[in-house]
Design a protein around this ligand. Sequence first.
Ligand code: SF4
Length: 213
Amino acid sequence: MKLSVIPTTVRTTCPYCGVGCGVLARPDGRGGAITTGDPDHPANSGRLCSKGFALEETLGLNGRLLHPMLRRADSSYAKVDWDTALAAVADGFRKIIDRDGPGVNLEEARYETPYAVDAPADREQKAKLGALSPDDVTATELAGEAITAKLTEAPGNGAKIGGLKVTTESAWFAARPSGTEDVYKIYAESFRGPDHLAEVQEAARDVVSAALG
Ligand code: SF4
């Protein structure tokens, strides 16, 4: 008789950059895993940046980006060929250089959040955040911009994300409850820069607080 093996949490490492953040991966029994930051790892003490946060969404092909896509004005995406995609990237770089001059640091111009920020939440609030539906989110704006999407499921496979993701034309944030602390974590990105990112992080707290009631 073949005995089934109960999946256990595996300590591993985020593969994306040289920081080497520690990750806990718990198999979900469906071929994927739930991943969280490893609180005992010296590189990140349980925290993950927006790329590490999305690790569990990259364990299968469902919902993966398998060809170039361009975002339309209404935030939907259109499949395009590589020439079109590369021309759009070059055009974006050209606009930044025209705006900020030839000495601009393009990596800084496309600013990324280094780490998530925390917001306090008790056990009940964390449970509520993990079970939110888009209808629970009453906000229509985030940092002065109209909200274009409120997601509690992954668009690719409909899997619950265990929290909330909100997008606007030039920013997004995701909020998920911590499994170990009395906080929820806000992962955010601004396509405008650090000042706008700070506004988005602040506004994200208000959006989540209103949704939690
Ligand atoms: S979580 Fe972010 S900072 Fe940490 S290793 Fe992964 S990509 Fe690098």
